[in-house]
Design a protein around this ligand. Sequence first.
Ligand code: AMP
Length: 380
Amino acid sequence: MSFAELGLSEEIVKNVTENGFSTPFAIQKEVIPEFISGKDILAIAQTGSGKTAAYVIPVLQKLQTKKELKSRHVRVLVLVPTRELAVQVAEVFKTLSSGLKNRIKSLAVYGGVSINPQMMNMNGVEILVATPGRLLDLTLSNAVNLSQVDTLIIDEADKLFNLGFEEDINKIFSQLPTNRQSALFSATLSEKVETIRTDAFKNPVVIQVSENAKIVDKIDYRAYLVAEERKGPFLRYLIKNENMNQVLVFVASGQRADNVVKKLVQNGIKAIAFHGKKSQGHRTDALVKFKAKRIQVLVATDLASRGLDINELPFVINYELPRSPKDFVHRVGRTARAGSCGEAISLIGYDEEHHFKVIQKKNGLRIATIETDDIDIRKY
Ligand code: AMP
C-alpha cells in the first residue's frame, strides 16, 4: 500500500515521498485514513514505529485548508513529555512541510530555558509542540491562547503520566474547545490513559499495531550540540539529571576513557574504563561489575562496540562519534537488544557536525540536534 492510497492529497504525497518515505509504516496505514475522516484516535504505538509521521502527515493535510486565527492563537497543539521530544517533533513538522506551497509555522516550547524567546516567536504559529508545564506558563502570561485549537495530539501519553503531568494536562483540557479532533499515542494502555479516553475523547477508534521487529527501530535517538570543553560536565549532568543507572559511554581513545572515568569518579559516579590498553583481567572484571549493575558507567572505546551483549542496557552515550558510520550502528546496537527499548545519545562537538550528518545519511537516520548552550551545567 502506498501513501497515495491513504486519502492524502497529491501535494502531500509528493512531499512525503521526496523526504524519503516511500511506503507507509503499519501505524501510518491505520492512523492516517481515520485521522483524515475526522475521527478521534487512541493509538498504542512504540517509539520507532513511525508514530510521529502518523499524525504529522494528516495534520499537515488538514492545515492545507486555512482557518482564520486570531493573534497568538494556535490551531494544533501537540503535548509531549520532554524537551527532546518537543524539539524532535517540531523538526518532523518542519521537514515534512518544507516543500508545501502553504507555509506552516510550528514551534517547540519547553521548560528549563528562558521563556522570553518562546513568547516572542509565537506570532503566526499554527502548530505548537509543548511540554505541559511551560505551556501553562505561556497561557498564564497570555503569550498563547488555546481557544481556537481544533486538533489536539498527546504523544507518549504513558510517559506524560509517569512524569506526573496529569494535573497540568487537566488544566490544559479546560482551556480547549470541546469541538476538536483529538489523537493520543501511548506505548501502553494504562489505567490513566483509559481515564483520558472517557473524559476527553469522543468515541475514539483504537489502533494497535504489532511491534516492529527491526532492532534499530526500538532505539530512541537523541543528539546534543555541546562545545568540546563542556562535554565532561554535560555528560555528568545527563547521568545525574536523568538518573541513568546503567550507561555505556563511547569515546575515541583509551586515554580519553581513562580521563572521563577519573572525572566521573571525582564527581561521585561509579565508573570503569574498558579499552585495549587494559589487561584482560581488568576488562573481564569491568564487564562483570557493569552487567551486575555494581558500577553505573562503563567508558569504552570501540573495542566494546561489537558483540557486547548486556541485557536491557538502557543507555548508550557517544561522548565522541566513531570515525566509521558502521561503528555508529554497532555502538548504538548495544542498547535495545532482545526486544527491549533503549536510548542512544550523541554529544556532537561543533567540529563533528558535518561528520554526524554523514553518519546519519549513511545509516538512513534523521536525528534532530538539540542546542545546549543555555543549559546551566556549572554545578556538574
Ligand atoms: P518514530 O516512531 O516517529 O520515532 O519514527 C521512527 C523512525 O522512522 C524515524 O527516524 C522516522 O524518520 C522513520 N520513518 C517514519 N515513517 C517512515 C516511513 N514511512 N518510511 C521510512 N522511514 C520512516
